[in-house]
Ligand binder design. Structure first.
Ligand code: FES
Length: 175
């Protein structure tokens, strides 16, 4: 619980630049957790109750992890921009799972569900809903943590075949 508060504190710090109760409320909603289990460097998260376009933030090995279930429209957009390869397919659903640290200098970007994009308040970097960078200075999309799919669950910290393929295809780098 204290870890969650730590993230909240960091995120709220970044958000003071933007201000607004609406923004704070939107940020809080991203902290609503999914069932998860942490053990020996692995974090197992059950995604079956995840909601489309509602960002969930978890923690894995001291890092914030963003999870965003994609709506049908988001998936179509990702197909058009050739970013579907960044998404993780579990059953019939697609999820963006990424380390929530800006690839520029490591701030925590905030998610705007209306614009379906991430904004990094530190230097104005932006990412789309697949966490691919859309506005510099970040040099690349958010990094994808090692993962293994287990039914409706995702196990962070284990390298499953889908993650190994992403690495081999150069879609992400090791974190
Ligand atoms: S740290 Fe995110 S844009 Fe610089």
């Amino acid at each position: 619980m204290s870890n969650r508060r730590d993230f909240m504190g960091m995120a709220l710090g970044g958000f003071t630049a933007l201000g607004g109760i609406g923004a704070l409320y939107a940020m809080k909603r991203t902290w609503d957790p999914l069932p998860s289990v942490k053990a020996a460097g692995f974090t197992t998260i059950d995604l079956k109750d995840a909601q489309e376009n509602v960002l969930v933030t978890e923690k894995w090995r001291g890092k914030p992890i963003f999870i965003l279930k994609q709506s049908k429209e988001m998936v179509e957009k990702a197909k058009k921009s050739d970013e579907l390869k960044r998404l993780i397919k579990i059953g019939d659903e697609y999820y963006m799972v990424a380390v929530g640290l800006c690839t520029h200098l490591g701030c925590i970007p905030g998610y705007d569900s209306g614009k379906q994009s991430f904004l990094c308040a530190c230097h104005g970097g932006q990412y789309d809903s697949t966490a691919m960078v859309t506005k510099a200075p970040p040099p690349r999309g958010l990094d994808i943590p090692p993962f293994r799919i287990d039914g409706t669950k995702i196990v962070l910290g284990e390298e499953g075949p889908e993650y190994k393929k992403m690495l081999a295809d150069g879609i992400t780098m090791k974190v």
